[in-house]
Structures are given as C-alpha cells and as structure tokens.
Design a protein around this ligand. Structure first.
Ligand code: FES
Ligand code: FE2
Length: 408
C-alpha cells in the first residue's frame, strides 16, 4: 500500500501551514442500517405455487411466504411467537401456515387461527403480516421503516400487453454483497456501457439523458442515430418500427424496481424486451438482485421457436447485467466520486435516491423536483471508436475472439 504523502505547505507570506496531499482521498461514511421505503421484488408469483412455505431473508429479518389453499398469498414474520420456531419449516394447512414445533396455525393476516391442543387462543396471538402485491405475475412486498401502508404514488407500473404479447418471465436471483446504492448509481453511468458492456470493442451511447422527478428516475440511451422528428427524446414510448440501432427507456419507480424497455433493430431484426431489476435488501450490506426478462413475441413463430428466441435474448441481457454484477462485487462504496466532463449526474441521482431513506415528512423539495440532464457523448464517441479499433486489432493479432457487439 502506498504511504501517505501528506505534508506541510507554506501559504502567502509563510506563516500558515496546512496539511496537503497529492492524491484524491476516497470517503465513505458507514452505511446506514435504514432500508428503503418502497415495493421490493420477491420473484415470479409462480415460485410460490407449490403449496409450501418459503423462507425469504429480507430487511434484516426472515419472512415466510406461502400461498394458502384458497389462493391467497401471505408473508409473515418467520419466527413463531410461541417459542420461535421457523415457520418456513412448517406446512401449509388451509389458508394458514402450521408451525413445525407445536402446530400453532397462522393465517394470512398474521392472526393465530388454531392451536390444536389448546382450548383457547391467547388474545395477543398475532404476528406481523406484510403487504404484498402482484404486478405482471411478479410478487412484491412493501417495506416502510415508519410502518405506513403503501403510498399510492409508489404503485408499480406494469407492462402494457404483458399477458398477451410477451413471453413468460426468465428469472434469476443473484446475491450481491454490497449496498443497493451501487446498482442505482448505474442509471447515470454512460461510459461504463462502452467499457463494461461493450467490452471496449462495440458502440458507445450516441445519446444519453436522465430525468428525475418525484419517485421516478429515468435514463434514455441510444446507440445509432434515431430519426426522432416530432418525438420527445426525454419521454418513453418510442415506436419500435422507427428504430434503427437501439434505444433503451429505463426507470426506477421507487427505490428498488427498475423497468427497462430495450428496443432494437439490428440488420432488420426488430426486437422489444423488458428487463426488470428488483432489489431485495437482506440487510444494508447485502441484497438479492431479481432479474426478470420478457421478450415481445414475434408473429409467425411457433411456440418452440418463440421460446428459443426468448431464451437467447434473455441470456444476452442476463450476461450484460452480470458484467455489472462483477464490478459491484469487486468495487468499494464511495461517497465522493471524482467526476469528469464525460460523466452523468451521479450526485443528483443520489440526492433523488435519498428520499426513500428519510421519513416521508422529511423529503426535501430538491430530492423530488424535476431534474433533466443530457450527457454529451460527442467527444467520447470519437475516442471510443478509436479505442475499439485498437482493441479489435489487438485481439485479432493474438487470434482471440472479439466479443459480441452492442451489449447493453
Ligand atoms: S414454536 Fe411455533 S408452535 Fe411452538
Ligand atoms: Fe450496466
């Protein structure tokens, strides 16, 4: 490790001495234990259809999630109020979960519904029940350190036509030992698309913009020149049939649900997919990343062809996101990133993200007011073209495979 270069410097006429150093010092406050207010992903609801109780580690505790016989899904604190057994080790009986230790039954609202060996149920026999919702066949759980019910403005948006026009979810979960802010930072990071996802050999982003407002944080990115006449680049909904190259329209709705629409036309092959990245914090230093990918069905393809194409696209998108995961797993958290003119508005994004970690009454106007930023990539694009040409030549000279182009 390098020794500190701190030393004495003389200012002005010589009497004021200050310590200076010639290197940039990274700062990182201890991570707050507080976890975000908002909806958090538990994965496709089909995963809970097996009639078994499921253990979920989240929010510095453990939960049990189960679907009762009448079809209702419930999430309760996992440890039984009787003597603390793990309810996830029990069984579903009717609409309750039966504890494996002494068979007390707990219903979806958290009330004890039966104690088979007792004449009476103690009046205080109620455990915590968590609020759930299902959007596009995915289960989400509400977390609020203040204990308030879900705020309507944080309702999650669905995908239009999901049930009829899109393939079923490709789902994977990745446990990542870091704080969720690392993932959110990505929203403004234009340069990493070339270096990480393009692996230094494929196109960078020709257009890159962010809009933060209220509880949403948008990113709009394009590779290739889009014909945008009569169309607002800072809005989602660009028509697929007009696309040339690719455009992604991605947004956090709340702190832990990122919905990204990626449309592309590479050599006449039109494609539209959505990727949802759902973060479920286990604690402040660890989270599960739920990756959900769905692809717009292509007319004229058989069921099997459809699936093959969707699998291929999902694999491509998953591989791209796993490139980020590798960076997150190996980087450190810093509060004072050192930025250059080619970087996006990371400090503003962090200010937006902060709103989910303070009491609702303490949300400051600057956390939620509209902020727009177009990051100029004109200079960088020329550099990236040169770097890509060099890297490709290097790889070809040693007979190595040049990685696929146009990853997200
Ligand atoms: S610990 Fe659950 S019934 Fe006794
Ligand atoms: Fe990324």
């Amino acid at each position: 490790m390098r020794a500190t270069n701190a030393g004495k410097q003389t200012l002005g006429d010589g009497q004021v001495n200050v310590n200076v150093s010639d290197f940039y010092q990274l700062r990182a406050e201890p991570v707050s234990k507080r976890l975000a207010r908002g909806w958090h992903c538990l994965g496709p609801v089909r995963n809970f259809d097996d009639g078994e109780p499921h253990l979920v580690e989240a929010f510095n505790t453990k939960l049990v999630v189960f679907r009762g016989e009448s079809g209702e899904i419930a999430a309760l604190d996992n440890f039984c109020p009787h003597l603390g057994a793990s309810l996830a080790e029990g069984r579903v009986r009717g609409d309750s979960v039966a504890c494996p230790f002494h068979d007390w039954r707990w219903g979806p609202d958290g009330r004890c519904t039966a104690i088979p060996y007792a004449k009476r149920i103690p009046p205080r026999a109620k455990t915590r029940s968590w609020t759930l919702t299902v959007v596009d066949q995915v289960l989400y759980i509400w977390h609020d350190p203040e204990g308030n019910p879900p705020s309507p403005e944080l309702a999650l948006p669905g995908i239009e036509g999901f049930e009829t026009d899109f393939t079923g979810w490709d789902h994977s979960v990745h446990r990542i030992k870091t704080n969720t802010r690392e993932l959110v930072d990505n929203m403004v990071d234009v340069a990493h698309f070339f270096y990480v996802h393009g692996e230094g050999v494929s196109a960078g982003a020709q257009y890159f913009a962010n809009v933060f407002e209220g509880h949403t944080a948008w990113q709009f990115m394009e590779m290739g020149e889009q014909e945008m006449s009569g169309y607002d680049k800072l809005k989602p909904g660009f028509p697929l049939e007009k696309i040339d190259g690719s455009r992604s329209e991605s947004a956090y709705f709340g702190p832990a649900y990122l919905k990204s629409r990626v449309i592309s036309n590479w050599g006449g092959l039109l494609s539209e997919r959505y990727i949802i990245l759902g973060q479920l914090p286990v604690n402040e230093n660890e989270f599960d990343l739920h990756m959900l990918i769905t692809v717009h069905k292509t007319p004229g393809l058989s069921e099997a062809e459809q699936k093959a194409r969707a699998d291929q696209e999902a694999q491509w998108m998953r591989d791209g996101t796993l490139q980020d995961v590798h960076i997150w797993k190996t980087k450190t958290r810093i509060d004072n990133p050192l930025l250059c003119d080619g970087d996006g508005p990371i400090y503003q994004l962090r200010r937006w993200y902060e709103q989910f970690f303070v009491d609702a009454a303490d949300i400051k106007p600057e956390m939620v007011e509209r902020f727009e930023c177009v990051t100029d990539t004109g200079y960088a694009m020329k550099v990236w073209e040169g770097q890509a040409a060099e890297r490709i030549a290097e790889l070809e000279a040693i007979g190595a495979v040049v990685p696929g182009a146009h990853r997200r």
